[in-house]
Design a protein around this ligand. Structure first.
Ligand SMILES: [Fe+2]
Length: 351
C-alpha cells in the first residue's frame, strides 16, 4: 500500500472535522489515525512511525518541516489545526510552542514514569524523546585533554584563536548560553560569551559538522558540537565525513570535580500534544510507543542520540564517547532563558 500524500490526508482530516462540527456531537469512534507535525528529518522518525502503525493499526500522517515553519503553521491554524502532535528538537523550540499556546499538558503516568522530570516541561506541555549532549570536541593531535575542564575555561587566553562554533542565531548555542545563565548568572554568562568570541578561530559559519571539519583540517583545535553529528560522521561510509570525525575526540566538560561539576550541557528532541488535538487517544498512544524501551533503543542505535530512559543500550560509537554526567537543569529553563541568552550573545558580538 502506498502512503497517502500528506496534503491529501490533512485535507481529509480537516473536512472530517468540519463534518463533525456540522452534524453535532457524535459517539466517539475509535481513532484510526494521528496527524503529526515533525521538525525531524523524515528518516529520523519514519521507521518508528511505521513500526507503530504495524503494531496498532493506527495510521500516522506525517508532515515534515522546519521547526519555525511548523510552529508558525500551528499558530495560524489555531484550533482548526489538524495536527495532534508536534515533534521538534531543542527545549528552546518546545518551550516556544508552549508559550505560543498551541500545546496542552500530557499527563500520562507511563510517560511521566519513563522520562526523568528534568526532561519534561514542569506543566507537562512537552516531554523529551531523546537526549543530545553538546560537549567540547578536540583535535587529538593538537590538544592535550588534560588542559580541558569546563565550558567556563574556554575563555582562557590559551585557547585564543583555537575555537570553532556556529553562529548565535542557532538555537543549540542559544540553549547552551541559557544553561550558562542558569548556572552562573547573566553577567557571568555575558563575560563568558565575550571571552569565547575573543578566542574564536574564525567568524561563526556553517553547522555543527562544519565545525568538526574545520577542527580536523587545523583551522581550529576545539569545536562545540552536538554528539550525534560526530556519531553520524564516524558511522558514515563516506570518508569525507568519517575521516574528519576520526581526528577529533570528545571531552565531557563540567564533570564532577571540574568547576561546579554541574555536568555537560544537554538538550532534547521532544513531543507536544497540540491544543487542537482531535485524535488525542491515538496521539498519546504514539507518545507512549516512542518511549518504549524498543523505540528508545532505536534512538541510541540508529540516531546517534541518547535514550531518555535509563538502562537502554546505545551504539558502540556512543559507548566509545564514554560515560558522562549531564547537567540536571530542568530543560524548560532553557526556553524561559532563551530571549535573555539571545541578548547576551548579541551584546557579546557573537555573530
Ligand atoms: Fe541538529
Amino acid at each position: 500500500m502506498s502512503a497517502p500524500r500528506l496534503s491529501d490526508s490533512l485535507v481529509l482530516a480537516l473536512s472530517a472535522t468540519l463534518a463533525l462540527t456540522l452534524s453535532g456531537p457524535a459517539a466517539a469512534a475509535p481513532e484510526t489515525e494521528v496527524n503529526l507535525y515533525s521538525a525531524r528529518k523524515e528518516e529520523l522518525i519514519k521507521p518508528l512511525l511505521d513500526r507503530f502503525t504495524e503494531q496498532t493499526g493506527i495510521r500516522v500522517n506525517l508532515l515534515t518541516g522546519k521547526a519555525e515553519a511548523l510552529l508558525q503553521r500551528l499558530k495560524s491554524e489555531g484550533r482548526n489545526s489538524p495536527a495532534d502532535l508536534l515533534i521538534t528538537v531543542d527545549a528552546g523550540n518546545l518551550h516556544q510552542a508552549k508559550s505560543a499556546g498551541v500545546t496542552q499538558p500530557i499527563d500520562v503516568e507511563t510517560v511521566n514514569a519513563a522520562v526523568p522530570a528534568n526532561y519534561r516541561d514542569p506543566d507537562g506541555h512537552w516531554v523529551a524523546l531523546s537526549v543530545r549532549a553538546r560537549p567540547i570536541l578536540y583535535a587529538r593531535d593538537r590538544v592535550d585533554s588534560g588542559q580541558l575542564s569546563t565550558y567556563e575555561d574556554l575563555t582562557d587566553p590559551r585557547w585564543k584563536g583555537r575555537i570553532c562554533v556556529r553562529s548565535s542565531d542557532n538555537v543549540y548555542n542559544q540553549s547552551m548560553v541559557a544553561s550558562l545563565i542558569a548556572a552562573d548568572g547573566i553577567e557571568a554568562a555575558e563575560t563568558w560569551a565575550k571571552g569565547l568570541v575573543a578566542n574564536l578561530a574564525r567568524p561563526p559559519q556553517g553547522g555543527d559538522r562544519d565545525q568538526i571539519k574545520a577542527a580536523a583540517v587545523g583551522e581550529c583545535d576545539l569545536a562545540l558540537a552536538n554528539t550525534y553529528y560526530l556519531a553520524g560522521m564516524l558511522d558514515s561510509d563516506d570518508p569525507a565525513e568519517r575521516d574528519p570525525a576520526r581526528a577529533l575526540a570528545v571531552f565531557w566538560p563540567n564533570q564532577p570535580g571540574q568547576g561546579d561539576g554541574r555536568g555537560v550541557h544537554v538538550n532534547v528532541s521532544g513531543v507536544a500534544l497540540t491544543a487542537s488535538a482531535r485524535n488525542r487517544e491515538a496521539a498519546l498512544k504514539l507518545v507512549e510507543f516512542l518511549l518504549t524501551p524498543e523505540s528508545q533503543a532505536w534512538y541510541g542505535q540508529v540516531n546517534g542520540e541518547y535514550p531518555v530512559r535509563e538502562g537502554i543500550d546505545i551504539s558502540p560509537t556512543l559507548v566509545g564517547f564514554g560515560p558522562f554526567e549531564a547537567d540536571d537543569l530542568n530543560l524548560g529553563r532553557l526556553g524561559e532563558l532563551n530571549a535573555e541568552a539571545v541578548r547576551v550573545m548579541d551584546r557579546a558580538g557573537w555573530k
